[in-house]
Design a protein around this ligand. Structure first.
Ligand SMILES: *[C@@H]1O[C@H](CO)[C@@H](O)[C@H](O)[C@H]1NC(C)=O
Ligand SMILES: *[C@@H]1O[C@H](CO)[C@@H](O)[C@H](O)[C@H]1NC(C)=O
Length: 189
């Protein structure tokens, strides 16, 4: 009887550990929410300025409503975007319905990190290349939708994007030829 109960409590401990671990990795891992089929942009509709990619007809794109857990060193992928009128960012910024000069440090975040506008007009600190740069969140990098007019016929963002104006790239001291894609970390400023 004594042995059985200690076995039982050991089993309970194991089960608890497994469950805790599941909950923990659920928070860490963000799984896709679905997929959308690429539609080709009407002629002249997808702005390919600065290597923006346009949706490919029939290609499947993964969508997300979540992003990885935010820490003081959240890993992300930095991309380049124009926030100016007529730039490759599409319409005005989601947070303030304004366009922004690409000479100001502004960013768009993937849907999960944008978190229903909760980071709007707040600053984040971007760390890369041995430097820290503070930038303001003004827009969403939509991970749920894409390949339509509203998204300039570009694919949905992955869930780990900090899409930045050229001012951010410049301030990080990245050589111009390398602007467009960089592993970074960020945190709320
Ligand atoms: C994109 O490229 C054009 C032409 O090379 C340049 O004038 C513009 O500043 C670039 N946009 C960004 C956001 O860097
Ligand atoms: C973010 O930084 C900008 C520029 O430094 C500043 O004007 C603004 O007040 C900051 N926003 C917040 C919410 O702290």
């Amino acid at each position: 009887m004594k042995i059985l109960s200690s076995k039982a409590s050991f089993l309970l401990l194991i089960i608890t550990l497994i469950l805790t671990n599941c909950v923990y990795s659920e928070a860490q891992n963000c799984r896709p929410s679905g997929r959308i089929r690429g539609k080709k942009a009407p002629p002249g509709q997808c702005n390919q300025e600065n290597d923006s990619d346009c949706c490919v007809e029939g290609k499947m794109y993964t969508t997300y409503v979540c992003s990885p857990y935010v820490s003081t060193h959240t890993k992300a992928y930095l991309t380049l975007n124009s926030f100016e009128k007529g730039g490759d960012g599409g319409g005005p910024s989601e947070c303030d319905k304004q366009y922004h000069s690409d000479d100001t440090p502004v960013v768009a975040l993937s849907t999960g990190w944008f978190n229903h506008k909760s980071r709007c007009l707040n600053n984040i600190t971007i760390s890369a290349n041995g430097r820290n740069v503070v930038a303001m969140v003004v827009d969403e990098c939509d991970s749920r939708k894409g390949c339509d007019e509203q998204h300039d016929y570009q694919p949905p963002c992955t869930n780990n994007i900090v899409d930045a104006s050229k001012a951010v790239w410049k301030a990080l001291g990245v050589p111009k030829e390398q602007w467009g894609g960089l592993d970074i970390t960020w945190s709320d400023a």
